[in-house]
Each structure stands twice: as structure tokens, then as C-alpha cells.
Design a binder for this molecule. Structure first.
Ligand SMILES: [Ca+2]
Ligand SMILES: [Ca+2]
Ligand SMILES: [Ca+2]
Ligand SMILES: [Ca+2]
Length: 223
């Protein structure tokens, strides 16, 4: 009787506990892979290196593994607001700290179809069709040659990388003046120096740029 009672106790509460811990562990394993940068509207740059510029083929989405171990993203999918755009092939591994870029020209559906002049969204789902990450971008984030991406990589809020097409409007995210970086870190190098700036310096730079803009606006008002 004791042993039967013992098994009941094991199956009664220990098994669900083990299952719960396992479920948490598997969820945590997916937490590190995110949408890191989006180029919805290429201007004239041959981003995919095909040799020619294409308004659709040179769109791209950068995915980043911010976790500490490799992840199998086989059969994970990327969607826009309309539907499925890309399915990663079986057995696709993204190493810790690695960037993977899907171009319009390499998307499994034939294109990414990211909207240029209206809001759109990019969603990443795992092989169980569970949403892992999503980002909805505004129209100023999808003007020619601007990307929108996380800073710091993987964990930060989205910033506007407008180094190739400066944005001076009032919408958020504001432009940070730095260039899009498909396949590499959304590092924010100080122009001309190659020095990487920390978060505080980026914030300071943003304030300086805003102050310069407001001083310029004041001068124009005075004229
Ligand atoms: Ca587009
Ligand atoms: Ca364009
Ligand atoms: Ca191209
Ligand atoms: Ca990047």
C-alpha cells in the first residue's frame, strides 16, 4: 500500500512539477532569438549583393540570437501584417551572438513585401507557431534606406538608423544618425572615428542633435 501510495504521490504532484520546469526551460530556450533590424524600403543600395538594385529583392530582416547557446530555428517563420513571408529551412542553426539576414530575394515565399508608405509589422514565430517576437513600424521608419533596429542588439528598444536618409521629424523612434547594418551588430560608431558609443553617449548625442535642431529652428524663426 505504501509503495502504491508513494507512486500516487509521485504522479500526483512531482510529475506536474517536473513537466512545469521542463516547459519553462523550453520556453526560456526560445527567448534569445529576436527580430533585430528591418529594412522595409531600400533606396538604391544593392543590399543583397546581387549586382543589381531591386525595390523588393533588397528589402531585408535581420534576426539575432541574443541567448547564450545555439538555437535550431528550422521551420520558424517570418510574417508581415498580410501573411507568411519566410520559413527557415529544416535544421537551420543560429549560434549564440549570430545574425541571420533574410532578403526579399531569399525569402521562401519569393518576397518580404514590407510596406513602404503605410504601417506594417514583422512577426517571428517558432516551429510550434508560437509568436516569439513582433515589431510594428511607423511610416517614417520605412522611408528610403532607413532601417529600424534594436539597440543594444537583441534586448534594446527599436531605434531609427537614418544615417543614409536623415529624419528630422517629431515621431518616435527618433533618428540616431547611424547606418543600417544587415548581418552585423547594430553598433553605433561615432561618425569618422570608428569608436563605439555606450548608451549614455548615444543619449547625449541624441540630446545634442535635438539641441542643434532646436537652435537651428530658432534661428530660422528669427530670420
Ligand atoms: Ca518595401
Ligand atoms: Ca525605395
Ligand atoms: Ca540587389
Ligand atoms: Ca544589424
Amino acid at each position: 500500500m505504501d509503495s502504491v501510495f508513494g507512486r500516487r504521490r509521485w504522479f500526483g504532484w512531482r510529475l506536474p512539477l517536473v513537466a512545469g520546469v521542463w516547459a519553462l526551460a523550453t520556453q526560456a530556450a526560445y527567448a534569445g532569438v529576436v527580430i533585430n533590424e528591418i529594412m522595409a524600403n531600400p533606396g538604391s543600395v544593392d543590399w543583397d549583393g546581387s549586382g543589381t538594385f531591386s525595390e523588393t529583392g533588397d528589402e531585408w530582416i535581420e534576426v539575432y540570437n541574443a541567448g547564450g547557446s545555439p538555437e535550431n530555428i528550422g521551420n520558424w517563420t517570418i510574417h508581415d501584417s498580410v501573411g507568411l513571408k519566410h520559413r527557415f529551412p529544416d535544421g537551420t542553426i543560429i549560434d549564440a551572438g549570430e545574425f541571420v539576414v533574410v532578403y526579399g530575394s531569399t525569402a521562401s515565399s519569393g518576397s518580404l513585401g514590407l510596406n513602404n508608405n503605410a504601417q506594417d509589422s514583422v512577426t517571428l514565430k517558432n516551429s510550434g507557431a508560437t509568436q516569439v517576437d513582433t515589431y510594428a513600424y511607423d511610416t517614417h521608419e520605412s522611408d528610403d534606406e532607413r532601417s529600424t533596429g534594436r539597440w543594444p542588439d537583441g534586448t534594446g528598444a527599436f531605434q531609427l538608423f537614418d544615417g543614409l536618409n536623415s529624419y528630422a521629424g517629431a515621431k518616435t523612434p527618433q533618428g540616431n544618425g547611424f547606418n543600417p547594418t544587415p548581418g552585423s551588430a547594430n553598433a553605433v560608431p561615432e561618425p569618422g572615428s570608428g569608436t563605439l558609443l555606450g548608451l549614455g553617449a548615444v543619449a547625449l548625442l541624441g540630446r545634442r542633435r535635438r539641441r542643434r535642431r532646436s537652435r537651428r529652428d530658432e534661428q530660422q524663426c528669427r530670420l
